[in-house]
Ligand binder design. Structure first.
Ligand code: AMP
Ligand code: MG
Length: 493
């Protein structure tokens, strides 16, 4: 029970809270309060998400909101907790991990869980300090909101608050807290945790909780002889496949696809050393700590499948039959290529499928890889060209003029069956002009470190409407500067 003193100082955010994850019971979490940070200040806020959650915008300007979202005062109606999970990190079983620096405030009646990341130590912090640095918090905040605007399933970010409190990483940095939001933060690793300990009652309770809330159709599914847990595994595999197709198509590298960073809802989660590709290099490794390239861009679809195998292993006691569990994973192998091709066809402005589309897609990717052509700029220029823009702009990106000319010819032939205006419009809606490139994030971070937060706000505004032209902001859509390739993003955050 909260103490009377807590209730007196608690801040009312005007949200209705309801019991969600906490109904699972104490085996799944530890209740605790965030650790306050001195003299917090606002760094960034997403009014778009505030509206979706039903939070008064004034809360993202008020002192009460600032204190609440930094974890400095309790939020009325909430009982904060940190959850326990385990996971495979870089292909190796890592044992117990858990929310080492994230504290779940609770779930709103409208179905949003709100979590404070960087809000202090928890029983699952292990050697960590429970904090997140300003740099990585800004990256997570911007990318969460950018992915949503790109139409890619993701956890969201409501705001970032900062403090001058020092945090030791490779260098001394300052602390920040990101308020994340999602229908659920449950990861593959939550299931692995209880399966590894052979705690089958908890494993079943967890699966039932997720199925009832997020995959109710699995209960009535006739797939796998009415085995709801197998249907659930299949549904997670399909959502994960759809997610990976989106990542690959937009050129997003996650960087740390450990099983504890895989959402059971198929959301992008845990933004660490992620990167949007600049030049198209299928073998690109965005995480400086990933020396073996396990999580290279072109490995992501296979790694997701590997992670699903870990989930299948964890669910096996509930599914009860290894062959059924393996069968439930198979949909990944059909859904991923189908979803990927559909995304790429959208980028190409092709409404329906034709037999040679795969060759068209592979052909252009080969050309892009050959010269590491800028991935985002290529696609946007192709869209602009289709809309009547400069035809040379695409060609000029390639040294191999004969190669791109030949490809553009087959592209034009394929487009003979597609109304031009329709193609142009859909291509501009499928090929963003603005993505969160490392150097753009870096510039906003460096200004924010000097207490100028306008760069974060400008970038957020562009990333929230990434398919629009935004005249006057061309620099944000340009080629990365030479120094961009020297930015090293590691797991340190
Ligand atoms: P990540 O690689 O960021 O997904 O983190 C892996 C695990 O380490 C998770 O259990 C995190 O909660 C935990 N962790 C990462 N950084 C910290 C930190 N600074 N303090 C406490 N736990 C952390
Ligand atoms: Mg993580």
């Amino acid at each position: 029970m909260p103490m009377i003193a807590d209730e007196a100082e608690a801040v009312d955010l005007g949200l209705d809270w309801t019991a969600g994850f906490s109904t699972l019971g104490p085996a799944f979490f530890t209740e605790l309060r965030p650790t306050p940070l001195p003299e917090p200040y606002w760094v960034g806020r997403s009014l778009a998400l505030a509206r979706e959650i039903g939070l008064e915008e004034a809360c993202l300007e008020s002192d009460d909101g600032l204190a609440a979202f930094t974890g400095n005062v309790p939020v009325a109606g909430t009982r904060p907790l940190a959850s326990v999970y385990s996971g495979h990190q870089f292909g190796v079983w890592a044992g117990q991990l858990g929310d080492g620096r994230a504290i779940l405030l609770g779930q709103t009646a409208s179905g949003w869980e709100l979590q404070l990341k960087g809000s202090g130590r928890t029983p699952y912090s292990r050697m960590g300090d429970g904090r997140a640095v300003l740099r990585s918090s800004i990256r997570e905040f911007l990318c969460s909101e950018a992915m949503q605007a790109l139409g890619i399933p993701t956890t969201r970010a409501l705001c970032v608050t900062g403090s001058d409190a020092q945090v030791v990483r490779e260098e001394i940095e300052t602390a920040a807290v990101v308020t994340r939001a999602a229908p659920s933060f449950i990861r593959f690793g939550h299931f692995e945790h209880f399966a590894a300990a052979n705690r089958l009652d908890e494993l079943r309770a967890l699966a039932d909780f997720v199925i009832d809330r997020f995959y109710p159709a699995c209960r009535d599914s006739e797939r796998f002889g009415g085995n709801a847990y197998a249907a659930f595994l299949e549904a997670v595999s399909e959502r994960t496949a759809a997610l990976l197709a989106q990542w690959q198509a937009v050129g997003f590298c996650h960087g740390v696809m450990n099983t504890d960073n895989m959402s059971i809802l198929g959301l992008t989660i845990d933004y660490g050393p992620f990167q949007f590709l600049d030049g198209f290099d299928p073998r690109h490794i965005c995480n400086h700590s990933d020396t073996g390239g396990r999580y290279a861009y072109n490995q992501q679809p296979n790694v997701a499948y590997w992670n699903l195998f870990c989930l299948a292993q964890a669910l096996l006691p509930l599914i009860g039959d290894q062959e059924i569990a393996v069968a439930a994973l198979q949909s990944y192998k059909t859904v991923f290529p189908e979803a990927y091709e559909a995304r790429m066809r959208a980028k190409l402005g092709l409404p329906g499928a034709a037999p040679d589309d795969r060759a068209l897609i592979e052909g252009v990717l080969k050309l892009l890889a050959q010269e590491k052509v800028d991935y985002t700029i290529f696609w946007r220029r192709l869209a602009d060209r289709q809309a009547g823009g400069d035809p040379a702009a695409v060609r000029d990106l390639f040294l191999d003029r004969a190669g791109i000319d030949a490809w553009l010819q087959s592209f034009a032939q394929r487009h003979e069956q597609v109304p031009a205006a329709q193609a142009a419009q859909s291509m501009r809606g499928a090929n963003p002009k603005f993505v969160l490139r490392n150097h753009l994030g870096q510039q906003a971070i460096e200004s924010a470190q000097k207490k100028d937060f306008s760069g974060v706000a400008t970038l957020l505004a562009l990333l929230k409407t990434p398919f629009e032209d935004h005249a006057g902001h061309e620099a944000y859509a340009g080629f990365p500067p030479d120094w961009a390739s020297t930015i090293e993003i590691s797991c340190s955050s």
